[in-house]
Design a protein around this ligand. Structure first.
Ligand SMILES: Cc1cc2nc3c(=O)[nH]c(=O)nc-3n(C[C@H](O)[C@H](O)[C@H](O)COP(=O)(O)O)c2cc1C
Length: 184
């Protein structure tokens, strides 16, 4: 098995965290919150974010949100996320995040644009809850298939390949992405 270290960066340097395959979870009543600028740089994280990720506030603030990116996450999901929020729409997504020591935690995230007084998008918020086990039983194999499709092609085609797997699944379910995500 090939073990890929994390893609995250800290101050522009690749983090190289090796996944442990150990899952950490959090209370179903807790929420993990972050706020970013237009480029996805962290401006705010709540206490729960720091507690579960193992990163301190000074390590997080100003860094790209990919600091918690897990290598098992398909690139095509983040592509969909950014496409959606840049249009001013909210996005729901299941995300597997990596902690500072390589453990991981699954979240169900709602990402929304933040607007300034002139109604221009000035940043983004994410509020995450603990996902249900039944939802992850659908998402994990789907993401594995998407990631495999991304890895089977070259870097330029990867997002299209992962998106195709997602779209095929939506087609099979006869639902659009949001309806599917909210139905599981
Ligand atoms: C508000 C907001 C919240 C985000 N939350 C996460 C997150 O929890 N985990 C994650 O890996 N990426 C998150 N992202 C996406 C990252 O910005 C980034 O696109 C992703 O980690 C993929 O990294 P890459 O673009 O360097 O490949 C978030 C983006 C925004 C705008």
């Amino acid at each position: 098995m090939v073990i890929i270290s994390s893609y995250g960066t800290l101050a522009g340097m690749k983090l190289n965290i090796t996944p442990t395959n150990r899952e950490v979870t959090f209370d179903k009543d807790s929420i993990i919150v972050s706020k970013t600028d237009l480029k996805g740089r962290l401006l705010y994280t709540n206490r729960k974010f720091m507690d579960i990720s193992g990163f301190s506030e000074p390590e997080l603030l100003g860094q790209q949100h990919n600091i918690v990116r897990h290598p098992d996450m398909p690139r095509s999901i983040f592509n969909l996320l950014w496409q959606t929020i840049k249009q001013g729409k909210e996005c729901f997504a299941y995300v597997k995040n990596i902690t500072k020591n390589g453990d991981h935690y699954w979240v169900f995230a709602n990402i929304t644009p933040d607007y300034d007084e002139k109604n221009n998008i000035c940043g983004y918020f994410s509020v995450r809850r603990k996902p249900k086990g039944e939802s992850l039983a659908v998402i994990e194999p789907l993401y594995k298939k998407m990631l495999a499709a991304e890895m089977a092609t070259n870097s330029k085609e990867a997002i299209a390949a992962g998106t195709q797997v997602l779209n095929d699944h939506m087609h099979m379910e006869n639902k659009n992405y949001e309806a599917f995500i909210l139905s599981i």
